[in-house]
Design a protein around this ligand. Structure first.
Ligand SMILES: N=CN[C@@H](CCC(=O)O)C(=O)O
Ligand SMILES: [Zn+2]
Length: 440
């Protein structure tokens, strides 16, 4: 009875359904980060387990959640396009990667060796390597090549359970090349399933031959107006503005000017600060009403208090701290102060990691986050960092059906099994469509 098909998907028989939150919470802070809402299967008659079911409507939204018997009874006359048998498995929200630099050519495997031998990030950068090396190769690369590379990376992210990312430009550094990268992000939205929140990061490094003041002027008077023009014409949709606010890159006053210019164009403020030095970018961001600030390894107490008061989300990047052997960001103090924590892979040529399960693992071991805190930071709080927690980041009726089904008896295996997500993730669902299925 095809005409009767009101529903896209039924997943049934799950052992655990990890909703993360269940009361429409938009963000979780403090102790609320340490509990995730879970529906567990129950023993029914005899030895059989009554699992958990999720029903997805034609718009790709969650229509219903309940135990199998309840759902079978309520929907006995309905037909579903697809059914997924999740017997013995756990369902989690799709992971949200709140910070990535995914559009570039020119990897830096040679610099990894230099860093292992003792060179610091800023030494490599000041010698013309680092971001500059990738900028040279990215400027040379065609839009088609960059799109192809980006799609391959998105495919790997999807297999690791990611269904929504923040994606930055930032390896173009002039108007033409930054727009090329933003166009690549725009085109990728339509040819693969991962949703993308697009970030203009023209202030990622000071271009060779320019001062930071000249680069700031170029961004404000040339790059941003051209981007706005393309947004007005409908050919680009950019959501956020970012700056690498760091000693020797863009100082606090320059960063502030750029971020304010972006705010005037309606962009959300979401930027890098206090990674290598405490220059009080966090306080500046809090004053601007930044939605999110990333890194924060060197944040001071005043910065923590300012972010907590402003409600700014801290986007923590465990891979970068690990690779560069930086001081761990004070995540426990931030949680205690009431700052909502989100996590991101920070995928870039310095930190080549596309996996949120690995990111969660590092956050737990190195920053002393609990597994529920890491999951909250990779789902509802990451959605909040992108302004999307009304529709994403938890498994609740009315939200988009973005889900990961893992072949394990408890959800914590996705964090515990270091690097094992390929074997664990059975199915990835985006807007109710099965977009990845492990075949063996
Ligand atoms: N710190 C600035 N930006 C990136 C690194 C970019 C690169 O090294 O290519 C980050 O967030 O880690
Ligand atoms: Zn970054």
């Amino acid at each position: 009875m095809a005409a009767n098909k009101k529903f896209k998907l039924l997943i049934h028989s799950a052992r655990q359904l990890v909703q993360v939150c269940s009361k429409g919470e938009k963000v979780l802070r403090g102790v609320d980060m340490s509990h995730v809402a879970i529906l567990e299967s129950k023993e029914s008659e005899g030895d059989t387990l009554s699992g958990i079911s999720v029903v997805v409507d034609r718009d790709g939204k969650i229509a219903d959640i309940g135990n199998d018997e309840e759902i079978i009874f309520k929907y006995k006359n309905e037909v579903f396009d697809t059914q997924v048998d999740a017997s013995g498995m756990c369902i989690l929200p799709g992971f949200i990667d709140a910070h990535t630099h995914p559009v570039w050519d020119g990897d830096r495997v040679h610099e990894f060796a230099m860093k292992l031998a003792g060179a610091t990030y800023m030494e490599v950068h000041a010698a013309g390597g680092g971001i500059h090396y990738t900028v040279d190769h990215t400027q040379e690369a065609s839009e088609e090549k960059l799109l192809m590379l980006f799609i391959q990376r998105l495919h790997c992210m999807l297999q690791a359970g990611t269904t929504l990312i923040e994606a930055k430009s930032g390896y173009g550094l002039d108007a033409e090349n930054e727009i090329k990268l933003l166009r690549v992000i725009e085109r990728a939205k339509f040819v693969q399933p991962i949703e993308i929140s697009s970030t203009y990061c023209g202030a990622h490094a000071v271009p060779k031959g320019m001062t930071s003041q000249q680069a700031t002027d170029d961004i404000i008077s040339d790059q941003l107006p051209r981007i706005k023009d393309l947004m007005n014409k409908g050919s680009l949709c950019v959501d956020n503005i970012d700056v690498f606010c760091e000693k020797g890159v863009f100082e606090v006053e320059e960063s502030k000017k750029i971020l304010q210019a972006g705010q005037l164009l309606g962009l959300r403020v979401n930027f890098h600060a206090e990674e290598l030095h405490c220059i009080h970018g966090a306080e500046m961001g809090a004053k601007l009403g930044a939605e999110a600030i990333s890194h924060l390894e060197e944040i001071c107490e005043a910065g923590i208090q300012a972010m907590a008061k402003a409600g700014t989300i801290a986007v923590i990047l465990p891979t970068t701290q690990y690779i560069l052997r930086l001081r761990p960001p004070p995540v426990r103090q931030m949680i205690e102060a009431g700052i909502p924590i989100a996590l991101g892979t920070d995928f870039n040529p310095n930190a080549y990691c596309l996996s949120m399960p690995l990111t969660m693992h590092l956050a737990c071991v190195n920053f002393r986050m609990s597994m529920p805190e890491a999951l909250v930071a990779s789902t509802i709080n990451a959605a909040a960092a992108l302004g999307k927690s009304l529709t994403h980041g938890s498994i609740e009726i009315g939200k988009f059906a973005d889900m990961v089904v893992i072949e394990a008896p408890r959800w914590e295996h996705i964090v515990y099994q270091l690097g094992g997500h390929d074997q664990l993730i059975k199915v990835v669902i985006k807007h109710g469509n099965v977009v990845h299925k492990r075949t063996q």
